[in-house]
Design a binder for this molecule. Structure first.
Ligand code: URP
Ligand code: ZN
Ligand code: ZN
Length: 464
């Protein structure tokens, strides 16, 4: 199968030029101008941008959490991702306490295999790393799972104490892997929650008011200190606040291998969403929570200055009607997480490029290239270049859409609300190719369940 895309404006993290792209056997095999070769299909991309497919390195599909299971599984979640121009995800497999991490990986392989629309890798959430289990981490890395997520939050569920964090980090460093951290001080937060609940504070907004930014900043600081002692690179996931960002800026100025992602919810939404009537605030219950609006400018500044390198979604969808409602009487029972896998690229293009905060090249870098580099997938993923997988988004920079759960061009997630309801975005993912096959065309999914392949990722090699 061969495809020739003609007259597109090719945009990578470093380049911006007019070109034709020839694809054969799933790869980009030639890029040039006025290419005249025969192809099974010719696509005219005049007036359109060609972006590398997006890479979302933080998703939770088919994940048991908060007394239920996420609404999107690997089929619905990856299809929705594709609609939004994301062609690779890295999802989080989980080690259950008392069980082998390899067992957890096996479980996640079974969930994903044969079901995904796009290529996927796994990070491993480690919860139980006594000495006798540490050797499993090397096996994981050999299997292409070269990053581990640890939690300072959620005591009794995914939480790891500092001793185990240090032990796990040390082993990760020896293995050449990177550690992803959920940085919130869960022990202090649980105490704040206990007091609040005793005082009868039960509505969704208390989820946010009991998780202060200082407890995020403290955990980021501790992560960095422990990682320095353990000699391992760290990646702070879902960074939400200016206080926490300050810790990252300080560490990076010291030259430490400290990286961070933020997510659209922290760039576009804010605390006021928790005050919505009729329990609607529950739609935005996630951890860390939405912050006061002024934090958004600081996070954008973090992206502009490369102190934050990546925008992921932390897509973790729960239906409003029968899942978020589990916490109708008490905010602690609302499952934590929000949907977003489909809208990341569109929102970032609008808020970043259209609104003048970042360049086109930086847009590609933060939505695709940096994640591919940091997580051992570059140059297979994350760029448009000869030899790379032909994961390409043909993007119409003029078309406008209003994001809505009712808009068949902006919502395919298996969840009954859209967190960005009513947001207007200019620029639209018109066609998506995954490994040289068109899978999205004019708002329609034309791929096949199971097209996606598992990606064995390389070891950490550092990025700027
Ligand atoms: O609220 C969130 N973020 N849910 C997903 C799990 C996590 O902590 O990433
Ligand atoms: Zn987390
Ligand atoms: Zn997450």
């Amino acid at each position: 199968m061969s495809i020739l895309i003609k007259n597109g404006r090719v945009i990578t993290a470093t380049d911006d030029y007019m070109g034709d792209v020839y694809i054969k056997n799933e790869k980009v095999t030639l890029i040039g101008q006025n290419l005249e070769m025969e192809a099974d299909e010719v696509i005219d991309a005049s007036g359109k941008y060609l972006f590398p497919g997006g890479l979302d390195p933080h998703t939770h599909l088919d994940m048991p959490f908060g007394g239920t299971v996420t609404a999107d599984d690997f089929e619905t979640g990856t299809r929705a991702a594709a609609h939004g121009g994301t062609t690779t995800i890295i999802d989080f497999a989980i080690q259950t306490i008392g069980h082998s991490a390899l067992e957890g990986l096996d479980t996640w392989h079974k969930k994903a295999e044969g079901n995904t629309a796009i290529d996927y890798g796994f990070h491993m959430i480690l919860t139980d790393m006594e000495d006798d289990r540490l050797s499993e981490m090397k096996t994981l890395a050999d299997e292409g799972v070269t990053s581990y997520k640890l939690f300072m939050a959620y005591p009794g569920v995914l939480y790891m104490d500092d001793g185990m964090i240090y032990r796990t980090m040390k082993k990760a460093g020896e293995n050449g892997a990177i550690v992803c951290m959920h940085a919130e001080n869960g022990i202090v937060i649980d105490e704040i929650i206990r007091v609040a609940v005793n005082e009868g504070k039960t509505e969704p907004k208390w989820h946010s008011l009991t998780r202060p930014t200082l407890m995020e900043a403290e955990a980021v600081h501790r992560t960095i200190s422990i990682s320095k002692a353990a000699d391992v690179p760290v990646y702070i996931v879902h960074l939400s606040s200016s206080d926490a960002l300050e810790e990252i800026v300080t560490a990076r100025a010291e030259g430490l291998p400290v990286y961070a992602e933020t997510c659209p919810q922290y760039l576009f939404l804010d605390y006021s969403y928790y005050e919505k009537e009729n329990f609607e605030g529950a739609k935005y219950v996630m951890s860390p929570p939405l912050r006061e609006k002024w934090n958004q400018d600081e996070l954008w500044y973090g992206l502009q200055t490369n102190n934050v390198q990546i925008v992921s979604t932390d897509h973790c969808s729960f239906r409003f009607k029968d899942q978020k409602s589990m916490g109708k009487d008490l905010f602690t029972k609302i499952p934590n997480g929000a949907p977003g896998i489909e809208n990341r690229m569109g929102l970032l293009y609008q808020g970043g490029v259209i609104e003048g905060r970042i360049s086109l090249n930086r847009f590609v870098e933060i939505t695709s290239t940096s994640a591919a580099k940091l997580f051992g997938l570059f140059p297979k993923k994350g760029t448009i270049a000869v030899g790379s997988d032909a994961d390409i988004v043909i993007f119409d920079p003029h078309r406008k859409e209003t994001i809505s759960v009712n808009n068949a061009c902006t919502h395919h997630m298996n969840v009954d609300y859209n967190a960005y309801e009513g947001f207007e975005v200019k620029g639209f993912t018109e066609t998506v190719l995954s490994r040289g096959k068109v899978i999205i065309k004019d708002c329609k999914y034309v791929g096949k369940k199971g097209d996606g392949q598992f990606l064995k990722r390389g070891l950490y090699s550092g990025i700027k």
